[in-house]
Design a protein around this ligand. Structure first.
Ligand SMILES: [Zn+2]
Length: 431
């Protein structure tokens, strides 16, 4: 195992409330020492001057498309995109083909990820068979196979009775339930946020109430069952307020928000770019403000990308026909740096929301630079200015609303288990 000294960076460790310039020594796969004057002859050096040194970023919501849709992404390309984005761990949703509703699929993902991916990949299993929202999966067997959470993400469990049983059973297996909360009957044919913009576009709208109502239902069911509920990709002011009140009530709820729901409004859709089509849709400026305020005050625990690769031919169709979702692993850090530049979040609090919080919610390793911890570490340059070209990225897909844009902030180096897996000047180094 390599001995690596990360020198001269600003160490940001939310788990231990550390923010200061120091050198970080990594030995035998673990953080072995941190100190301002630490020097180790013979150690491989990673220059972090002008950079942040943080626990590796942790994205608890990605779609990696393997098995079944490897033309969009696979565990290798998705893992590489994650490493290049500064992530050391991701959790992948169950809507593969076949769906991850059986331990054999969970086993496959874990085995394949170990061989092919530079970063840790944790499978999230389906809550219901074939994500049909009807019959519960074998949660205990899936958990034993390595599932870290359950979710039918991409689809809402519309049957409240099924949702109740899913939450009740999750108490027995002690794994959180992640909800995609949108009322399908209210969405109807809606493809953009319902409001002035949907009217101008002449496209059917998807109202915020579709999200508000399902989040409210699931919060009541979480209270009734005592289960741990995690709200995926929260996007409406009403849902944020509902989660805030539920936390005050003592309901066990956590929530995530995506980089796009923090920075893009539905006005981004005015030129019918299908790379602005997602579920939930981009919302109004007032909703963005509510999401940002919720992230700042801790109502929303973490940032998750909802990285959703689609092929060019799938997105280059009429807006109404295009699939939902965008890729996000390689742009998340510079995009959400907007909240640091605006003064809403300190660098330490941004790292908490991109790393420590997700590790804690899923009960996985990571999110801490404590001496003795597994060395999942990222070196982030908050000032690097670069033009994002998805064709030069590691994801197999290119569906990004930030394509061609100048971004500020980029990962310089990513270490997983003490091994340098990515360096911005050398590319992916393992596997
Ligand atoms: Zn998703």
């Amino acid at each position: 195992m390599e001995t690596i000294l990360i020198r001269g960076g600003r160490v940001l460790d939310p788990a231990n409330d550390i923010d200061g310039v120091a050198n970080v020594l990594v030995e035998n796969g673990r953080v072995s020492a941190i100190g301002p004057d630490l020097e180790v002859p013979g150690a491989e050096r990673v220059d972090a001057s002008g950079c942040w040194v943080a626990p590796g970023l942790f994205d608890m919501h990605v779609h990696l498309r393997e098995p079944g849709q490897e033309y969009k992404e696979d565990l290798s390309s998705g893992g590489r995109a994650a490493a290049a984005g500064g992530f050391t761990a991701v959790a992948c949703m169950a809507n593969t083909d076949p769906a991850n509703d059986d331990p054999s699929v969970t086993d496959f993902i874990i085995d394949r990820a170990r061989q092919d991916s530079p970063v840790r990949i944790y499978p999230i299993a389906a809550a219901t068979r074939r994500l049909a929202g009807e019959v519960m999966t074998e949660m205990a067997a899936l958990r034993d196979a390595g599932a870290v959470a359950f979710s039918d993400d991409g689809k809402t469990i519309m049957d409240s009775g099924v949702m109740r049983r899913v939450l009740e059973y999750s108490n027995l297996v002690r794994v959180p339930i992640i909800v995609h909360a949108e009322d399908c009957s209210l969405i109807g044919d809606g493809v953009v946020n319902e409001g002035p913009i949907s009217t101008r576009l002449g496209l059917p709208g998807n109202p915020t109430e579709a999200e508000d109502i399902l989040v409210a239902r699931d919060l009541r069911l979480a209270k009734m069952t005592g289960a741990r509920l995690h709200v995926a990709h929260i996007s409406s002011a009403g849902a944020v307020e509902a989660v805030r009140r539920a936390r005050e009530e003592g309901i066990q709820v956590t929530a995530e928000v995506t980089p796009h729901h923090l920075t893009l409004t539905d006005e981004a859709t005015l030129d019918y770019d299908t790379n602005t089509k997602m579920a939930p849709p981009l919302r109004s400026a007032a909703d963005i403000e509510a999401c940002r305020a919720g992230l700042v005050d801790g109502t929303i625990d973490c940032i998750a990308t909802d990285h959703a690769p689609h092929a060019v031919h799938e997105k280059e169709v009429d807006f109404q026909e295009a699939p939902c979702g965008i890729i996000g692993l390689e742009t998340a850090f510079p995009v959400v740096m907007d909240l640091v530049r605006s003064g809403e979040l300190s660098p330490l609090e941004l790292v908490r929301r991109m790393s420590t919080a997700a590790a804690q919610i899923l009960g996985c390793a990571g999110g801490s630079l404590a001496v003795g911890e597994v060395a999942d570490v990222v070196v982030l340059d908050p000032e690097e200015s670069w033009v994002y070209d998805p064709a030069k990225g590691y994801s197999k897909s290119r569906n990004s609303p930030w394509a061609g844009q100048r971004l500020t902030g980029r990962a310089r180096a990513t270490l997983v288990g003490g091994r340098l897996v990515y360096h911005s000047e050398r590319g992916i180094l393992h596997p």
